[in-house]
Design a protein. Structure first.
Length: 119
């Protein structure tokens, strides 16, 4: 797993924008103006934050050593994923998709309909 693979996965979703509001060391991916992924590009090991349903957040932290509460995000809905080998690329891909979908669910219905109509 490397940063470019994670980046291309994030950008593969409809209407995703890449942004750097927290400086060049933090790569931010948004849909409808809302963040669904933050990559801490200078961290070693690489680290990213993803949103998930509240019940999934705690479950993931209990299952995987590399998943912890994030420092600066709502700990009820966000996790920090350390790319340390404690989970597979396929698992991470699915969690990125979950994060994207969670954010889309929270967008206004008019924006959601545009996203869903482009599939």
């Amino acid at each position: 797993m490397n940063i470019e693979l994670i980046r291309s996965t994030c950008l593969s979703f409809q209407f995703t924008e890449e942004d750097f509001p927290f400086g060049e060391e933090n790569w931010v991916y948004k849909v409808g103006g809302k963040i669904f992924c933050i990559i801490a590009a200078t961290e070693i090991p690489l680290r990213l934050s993803l949103k998930a349903p509240a019940e999934m957040v705690l479950e993931l932290r209990e299952q995987f050593a590399g998943i912890q509460p994030p420092s600066y995000l709502n700990k009820k809905y966000w996790n920090s994923f350390s790319i340390d080998g404690s989970f597979t690329w396929k698992e991470l891909q699915s969690w990125i998709e979950v994060s994207y979908k969670e954010v889309v669910k929270g967008l206004p219905k008019s924006v959601q309909s545009k996203i869903h109509s482009k599939k």
